[in-house]
Design a protein around this ligand. Sequence first.
Ligand SMILES: [Mg+2]
Length: 241
Amino acid sequence: MAKPKIIFSDFDGTLTERGLISPALFDVFELSHRLDSEMIVVTGRPLSWSHFLMSHTPLKASISEGGGVISIREGKRFKDVYLAPKEDIEKLKSITRILFNEISDFYLSDDSTGRITDRAIELDYIELGDNEERITEILDANEVNYSKSNVHLNFWVGDISKKNSVEYYLENYSTYNKDECIYFGDSLNDQSVFSWMENSVGVSNISRVLKVLKHKPATILQGNNNKEIHGVKNYLKSLLK
Ligand SMILES: [Mg+2]
């Protein structure tokens, strides 16, 4: 493709390296600068992570909570746009209370402080076991949506998705259309964008979930040298030529 106007990218498993921020992240920012592309993170992490990333990197905007909140740099301040109505945010609070009451040993992910439009359960160290069935039963019974990322089981009320937030951003805060943009991801919660944006790329560690993906990215990178952020870096480098 031509040089993308906006590079949208998932964070965990796509812009990280074995779970950590690595020096390669700054190489990716440098490459986006050389491509003259805007870079926007689209993550399942909470709003506070968008603020953190925007405080310490050149990001002009960041989308968090799986598409629930768009944060935009306005001068020296950040403006947060919630893509969930108040009643959905209230319903989410009450469903979370139900889960705490009904499920023994239920607790939310370590990064939950400040979550507004969704909630997350850590997958790394909690054996959900039988609890997973009970949790999803309660979520289904209350028409609450949920999705697994590479790190969390996230749940939310209403029509929140990474795709909807990217579309909203393009319509309201940009002059570009989706065909001029690119999206990088690695997991199930990236599918809504994979199914909608023509230029979508899966980094090679997406192979872990490829069998269960209903919507695959247009390009799937291969090999260990295209894992996680190195896949993003290599792909962006190829666009410079
Ligand atoms: Mg991910």
